[in-house]
Structures are given as structure tokens and as C-alpha cells.
Design a protein around this ligand. Structure first.
Ligand code: ZN
Length: 232
């Protein structure tokens, strides 16, 4: 029987001599691994099917609990314009790594819709921030942003990764203070307020950094692509 699905090429790695291993996020099948046979042969006819961070349709004979092979398919969107942009590539690497590490079939549509959004977003940083916030909520370690996590005080001074929420001036580590923008962004993001306009006006890198580190700390992950991005 022939199966087919459309979706996104999340990552590709060389496999055996000429094959390629693809992490594919399919609309119907969710996140699965495929072998793309002969991809690295000089005269491969599969050239457009193993393009990392692209949208494709694959045809295959699906067998459960097996490594399935791609029979054929076609490229739907190669994002050729975007991929000349280093920032786009780095962000896609981060999105790819986060998806592979945190994907949960019970939240399939969340992942699929956000990856689709990320690939074509014109505000990549904001889309990435929203993607990570949803994963943090889904994994059940939403930070406490109702007041200082120690005493409940409303005199908020820092957002603590380790303590999982806000800290007041008295309970913050000495000489540490977060910007008002970062504190407000965290609140808006986690209570689900309409803060698009606000996010357009602030520096988003510190917000993204705090969220990536929060997810790493509470979910026990290490995202290598984040190290690259933050080192730039
Ligand atoms: Zn306090």
C-alpha cells in the first residue's frame, strides 16, 4: 500500500554510505524518521527531497516500528530566499533541535502549526519565543508570575530560572536586576495576554535567551544550536 504525507524536513544526517536519514514532521504522521536512499550519490534523483528546512511531500510504504524508506515525492517549498540569511538558518536549527527533543504526539498540531509558522514568519524571533512558551506550558513547568515566588511581593526585580518565576528585590540575588521589558514580556507571554504590539517594541534576544535556558533547565535539555546563536 502506498502512503503519502506532506510536512517539513526538520533535520538530515548522512546514513550508511549514500543514504540520508531525515527527521520529517508530517501533517498526518507526526515526527518520524525516514531513510532517503541514495541521496548522496552523485546522480541522485532525490536531490530536492533531502533539503533541510524545506516543505515536501513524501510517498512511502508505511510500516509501524520500522525505519521507513522514502519512495519518491516532491519539494513543495524550498525557502530558497530565506536560507541565504544566516539568522534564519540558525533559528531553524534551534527550532529543529527543540522539535526533535521535545516533540510529543499528543501535542502534534501544536508542533506542526508552529513549525509551519516559523518557516514563513517575518518575525522569526517572536515566533520562536511563542513556540517555546507553548512547549514550557505543555510540559507543565509554567513559571509563577503572580508575584515573588518566595514571599508573594509585587515588587518584582528578577525572573529566576532556577526558582521558576519572579523574585522581589529582597529575594533576588545581590546586584541582579532584570529589565522592566523582560519582566513584562514574561508575564504577558505566560498569562497569554495580547502583547504582540509590545513585543514589537522591545529587544527580543534577552527574552528568547531566558526562555531557552528555562526550558533547558526545567526539561533537562541542552540545545547545541543555542550555543552557536548566543556566541554570535
Ligand atoms: Zn520576595
Amino acid at each position: 500500500m502506498n502512503n503519502s504525507d506532506e510536512g517539513f524536513v526538520i533535520s538530515t544526517t548522512p546514513y550508511r554510505e549514500h543514504d540520508c536519514m531525515v527527521h520529517f514532521l508530517g501533517k498526518e504522521y507526526g515526527l518520524i524518521r525516514f531513510v532517503l536512499p541514495g541521496y548522496y550519490k552523485p546522480k541522485s534523483k532525490q536531490g530536492s527531497l533531502g533539503l533541510e528546512f524545506s516543505q515536501v511531500r513524501y510517498r512511502f510504504n508505511f510500516q509501524e516500528n520500522r525505519l521507513n524508506r522514502i519512495l519518491n515525492g516532491e519539494l513543495i517549498e524550498g525557502y530558497l530566499h530565506q536560507r541565504t540569511d544566516l539568522e534564519w538558518l540558525m533559528m531553524m536549527s534551534l527550532a529543529s533541535e527543540i522539535t526533535v527533543r521535545t516533540y510529543d504526539p499528543s501535542a502534534h498540531f501544536y508542533f506542526y502549526d508552529h513549525i509551519a509558522l516559523l518557516f514563513s514568519s517575518n518575525n522569526l524571533m517572536k515566533a520562536m519565543i511563542e513556540f517555546i512558551v507553548g512547549i514550557i506550558k505543555h510540559q507543565g513547568f509554567t513559571p509563577d508570575i503572580s508575584g515573588c515566588v518566595v514571599c508573594g511581593s509585587q515588587h518584582i526585580n528578577t525572573f529566576s530560572i532556577e526558582r521558576g518565576g519572579y523574585l522581589c528585590t529582597m529575594h533576588s540575588p545581590a546586584y541582579v536586576k532584570d529589565s522592566k521589558e523582560l519582566l513584562l514580556a514574561m508575564k504577558g507571554l505566560f498569562i497569554g495576554a495580547e502583547i504582540d504590539a509590545f513585543l514589537e517594541t522591545i529587544e527580543l534576544t534577552p527574552v528568547l535567551e531566558r526562555l531557552v535556558k528555562y526550558l533547558e533547565y526545567h526539561g533537562d535539555y541542552r540545545f547545541n544550536s543555542w550555543k552557536l546563536i548566543s556566541g554570535m
